[in-house]
Ligand binder design. Structure first.
Ligand code: TRP
Length: 458
């Protein structure tokens, strides 16, 4: 995926290849780890509903906006804004996006590192034979050597894929792995909803109690939507920049958005029945939730006694790979920028940025039991990883998406943006609706959130 000048630039082989790669970026830990964690903390079904609304009226229009910018300019986020608004400060949004990408990568790799260690635990039958899955998680996340070691291992994997021309890697692997992930998730959800006591979990997840919806729930849902869809920091501008001017935009955006949302929904369908059936509390488990709850389900899979090993290994391998197709997109944004704008070699960019993200990720790795002041950061009371997630994974993306929607709605203009759609799609049937969403609904909702957050913090 070398950038270079527009004439010798790569492009995706087909619309399907693009959709799979963009879906590979979107589908990751955010769906399987992040979504159930957020839903568990924010009232279950009520969160699910707010989330679906957020995806439809804010996530989808911003997805389309990022793809329009990327495909129109065929450039990295900084270069794209420079091209569409020369001699202005708009390029700063791209620059903040690049920074946000490195910051998100720093803690993303920590969690992804846990999935690597769980592959080993599954293969060796450790969690089939263990009864205390909380202690099991503590052995990985709470031991400095393990936590940092697995984080390093995952970062090396990410850098290695980005270094070696990800075009083939991404296109080829997502074609096989995404369908496999869907199949294993469906099998697990069938098992989960038929567990004894699953009904209570299904109720928590599907029967909304609207009284729990407050500003905090709405912010978490919108932040989660951006994170899960890989929006707000230029990843979709970058991926869109490799789309050639033949593929339809609106249906591409719809496929990626719909697919990502379906996977998150399925993850909840697996986690909550299992959680309630094994007596956990949905809002206390925090970042470890998936790692503590899922081994219970996995080890109960038929045929006994091997089901745990088969499904455990399969599941955590697919999760690690889903994480990898996402983490490469986080690193790729910075690498494309450094190659394009700074003239670095791809190798130098990938190695330096990955090393930086690794170092910044160390406190996140140590904040899940290994070091107590990082586990309860003084003054905020949450762990360091959670703090990073809140600042960069949620707040930063909301700020980014605000500026992207304002840019497309008001600066570059909905007319130009609409022409980009019509160039390939022929017509833009939902154009009128999209214009209202991107010009008014998105900016107003996002400004509202920022004001609310600032008022709460100070
Ligand atoms: N969307 C991915 C997930 O759900 C994470 C991710 C990849 C991401 N690229 C991103 C998040 C860009 C925000 C921005 O796991």
């Amino acid at each position: 995926m070398d950038v270079g000048t527009p004439q010798n630039r790569d492009s995706w082989g087909s619309k399907a290849a693009f959709i799979l790669a963009a879906a590979g970026s979107a589908v990751g830990l955010g769906n399987i780890w992040g979504f159930p964690t957020q839903a568990g903390r924010n009232g279950g079904a009520a969160f699910l509903i707010v989330y679906l609304v957020a995806v439809a009226i804010i996530g989808a229009p911003v997805m389309l906006a990022e793809l329009m910018i990327g495909r129109n300019t065929q450039r990295n986020p900084v270069g794209a804004f420079k091209r569409l608004a020369p001699n202005t400060m708009w390029w700063l949004i791209g620059a903040i996006g690049v920074l946000t990408g490195v910051m998100i990568l720093s803690f993303y790799s920590v969690i992804a590192g846990w999935t690597l260690s769980y592959i080993v635990k599954a293969v060796t039958g450790t969690f089939t034979s263990s009864t205390d899955t909380n202690a099991l998680f503590g052995q990985v996340a709470g031991t400095p050597g393990q936590a940092i070691g697995w984080h390093l291992a995952f970062m090396v994997l990410t850098a290695w894929v980005v270094l070696g021309g990800i075009r083939d890697g991404i296109e080829r692997s997502t074609k096989i792995l995404m369908p496999l992930l869907v199949i294993i998730l469906i099998l697990l959800s069938v098992r989960a909803v038929t567990l004894p006591g699953a009904g209570e979990g299904l109720g928590f997840y599907l029967k909304p109690d609207f009284s729990v919806i407050d500003g905090g729930v709405i912010i978490s849902a919108i932040g989660q939507a951006f994170f899960s869809l890989s929006l707000g920091m230029g990843a979709m501008i970058t991926y869109g920049s490799y789309l050639d001017k033949k593929q339809e935009l609106v249906s591409s955006a719809a496929w990626v958005t719909g697919f990502d949302t379906a996977i998150a929904f399925l993850a909840g369908l697996i986690i909550f029945p299992t959680l309630f059936s094994s007596g956990f509390n949905p809002d206390v488990e925090g970042p470890s939730m998936v790692f503590v709850v899922l081994p219970q389900l996995l080890s109960s899979m038929p045929p006994q006694p091997y089901g745990g090993i088969i499904f455990g290994t399969g599941f955590f391998m697919l999760l690690a790979i889903a994480a990898l197709t996402s983490s490469i997109s986080l690193l790729e944004v910075g690498v494309t920028w450094a190659v394009d704008e700074k003239g670095w070699s791809r190798r130098k960019a990938a190695l330096l940025l990955a090393a930086l993200a690794f170092v910044i990720g160390i406190p996140s790795a140590l904040g899940n039991g290994a070091v107590s002041w990082l586990t309860h950061v003084p003054g905020v009371g949450i762990d360091f990883l959670d703090l990073m997630f809140t600042i960069f994974g949620s707040f930063g993306l909301i700020v980014g998406a605000l500026f992207i929607s304002a840019f497309v709605g008001w600066k570059w203009g909905v007319g130009n943006a609409g022409d980009e759609v019509r160039a390939t799609d022929g017509s833009f049937a939902l154009g009128g609706l999209w214009v209202v969403l991107i010009r008014y609904v998105c900016p107003i909702a996002l400004v509202g959130i920022l004001v609310h957050t600032l008022l709460q913090t100070f």
